[in-house]
Unconditional design. Structure first.
Lengths: 115, 117
């Protein structure tokens, strides 16, 4: 899987948008960008994923650059409960299972939402 | 969303004993489950890939005889830490991929905190 680069930490004011960047300059054409987050002492939680187009769901938006070498996760109105480590991961697409679809975690970004 | 149940949430054991951790996909079938380990203030490290009906695939540096993995059904995988020692104390997390779903998302259990005395 392609490596990703994220800032180690970020701060955000409660109620404001949190924009978390991720660089994945060696991403391959068949690799998706996934975002997960991990709140302290819990298992990771899926947030969103995408290939080329921008994506939005009830949790966040994902903006992927045209060359796909970087992306930004946007939490539109951050709350205190969004304080967590956010992981950006690239992985091959597919639906047949197997070890090719494992997620390899980097160090992520610790987002701290301040009151 | 799909639910992955992991049990127990925490366990304390004596050095030299074995501990079994269960990972269940509650509302979907998973041919593949993954086991991770996480030390304090570190990221998740993949230990092994568990395939239903076949032997698990271990990552480099992970002892297969120490961390026994069994994936006997499409909804259950177990990790047994054999002859546990204090250095095995860690947060263990499983994840499962929902077969048949496009672009396959992984769903994670809530983790098991193992403390070996």
């Amino acid at each position: 899987d392609a490596k990703t680069t994220q800032p180690p930490s970020m701060d955000c004011a409660e109620g404001r948008a949190a924009n978390l960047p991720c660089n994945h300059s060696t991403i391959s054409g068949n690799e998706y960008v996934y975002w997960y987050r991990q709140i302290h002492s819990q298992g990771p939680q899926y947030i969103i994923h995408g290939l080329k187009n921008n994506e939005t769901n009830e949790m966040a938006s994902l903006i992927i650059t045209e060359d796909r070498k970087s992306s930004t996760l946007i939490l539109p109105h951050a709350t205190l409960r969004d304080t967590a480590v956010y992981y950006c991961i690239v992985r091959v697409a597919g639906n047949s299972g197997g070890s090719n679809y494992k997620l390899t975690f980097g160090k992520g970004t610790l987002l701290t939402v301040n009151p | 969303g799909a639910v992955v149940s992991q049990h127990p949430s925490w366990v304390i054991c004596k050095s030299g004993t074995s501990v079994k951790i269960e990972c269940r996909s509650l509302d979907f079938q998973a041919t593949t489950m993954f086991w991770y380990r996480q030390f304090p203030k570190q990221s998740l490290m993949l230990m092994a890939t568990s395939n239903e009906g076949s032997k698990a695939t271990y990552e480099q540096g992970v002892e297969k005889d120490k961390f026994l993995i069994n994936h006997a059904s499409l909804t259950l995988s177990t990790l047994t830490v054999t002859s546990a020692h204090p250095e095995d104390s860690s947060f263990y997390i499983c994840s499962a991929s929902k077969i048949g779903s496009e672009n396959e998302k992984l769903f994670f259990g809530s983790g098991t905190q193992l403390s070996v005395l």
